[in-house]
Design a binder for this molecule. Structure first.
Ligand code: SF4
Length: 274
């Protein structure tokens, strides 16, 4: 097995037709996704079996990111250094000035420059940095459709959903059960907006962790001996702007942030064993 040293090395192997059969808009985007572990080399049906055999086995679908967050972040930053940020800003509707691309994430400015330096109004956690960079590098710039779906309904979401349910939805539900101001804080601290209750929930709130990747959180209060419930929905077009691994990171990162917020307000969140 050969380990590629850069996205450009992978790009050199491709036929550069931008046919999109791999699910990416361009061969360059596909090369970047393979390099960062979000695609497998065999996802390009136009490569010869010999090339696939030589490179197959590289990290796939964000496993690298989950195993080693810092290493994965560095790979994304390396890919940024090979990217035309002005063109990326035009593609995703971001602001570009003085060599820096800037986006609002939940009301806060996040920036990256051509040297791969990140800056933000707040502390940059890897769970924000990874989806932010992934969005800058690979988002197709598809506007939200207005149709809400569960993670399991998105491409490659089915196998990821059980862990997402545990680490994101169940974790947020535990916070919502004990922390009465959670949804108000989402509105006031993170620029969320209340929307008319969806799916017969008691509370529905929409957050915009990335401009074209809104997330809706619906909460059903406990009632008549029935436990509460909380579900997280993505826009049906989300998969065209972030891959499933980055969406997973975004959801679980939000859950961890809400847990910390509850703790700061003196509410201890019970975590299940195992
Ligand atoms: S399927 Fe292969 S040739 Fe077609 S766009 Fe993707 S990487 Fe390029």
């Amino acid at each position: 097995m050969t380990r590629p040293k850069s996205a450009m090395e992978i790009f050199a192997l491709l036929e550069k037709s931008n046919c999109q059969e791999c699910g990416r808009k361009t061969c360059l985007a596909f090369a970047g996704a393979v390099y960062t572990g979000h695609k497998s080399i065999q996802d390009c049906p136009r490569l010869t079996p010999e090339v696939i055999a030589r490179y197959r086995g590289e990290s796939s679908a964000c496993e690298a990111g989950e195993q080693n967050g810092e290493d994965y972040l560095q790979k994304l930053l390396a890919a940024v250094r090979q990217t035309d940020l002005a063109a990326a800003a035009a593609r995703i509707g971001a602001h570009y000035e003085d060599g820096r691309l800037a986006l609002k994430i939940m009301g806060k400015d996040f920036k990256v420059d051509a040297q791969g330096r990140l800056s933000a109004d707040i502390h940059v956690n890897p769970w924000v940095a990874v989806p932010f960079l992934h969005y800058v590098l690979y988002a197709q710039g598809v506007p939200a459709s207005g149709n809400w779906v569960s993670l399991r309904e998105l491409a490659e979401g089915k196998e990821r959903y059980p862990l997402f349910q545990k680490r994101c939805e169940a974790a947020m539900q535990r916070v919502a059960d004990i922390y009465p101001d959670l949804f108000n804080d989402m509105v006031h601290l993170f620029s969320a907006r209340r929307v008319p209750q969806q799916f017969q929930s008691d509370i529905s709130v929409v957050l915009e962790p990335l401009p074209m990747v809104p997330i809706m959180i619906c909460y059903w209060r406990p009632e008549d001996g029935m436990a509460s419930s909380l579900k997280v929905y993505f826009d049906a077009a989300a998969g065209q702007n972030l891959d499933i691994g980055a969406l997973f990171t975004l959801g679980t990162g939000l859950a961890a942030m809400f847990e910390k917020l509850a703790l700061r307000h003196g509410f201890e969140v019970d975590r299940p064993v195992g």
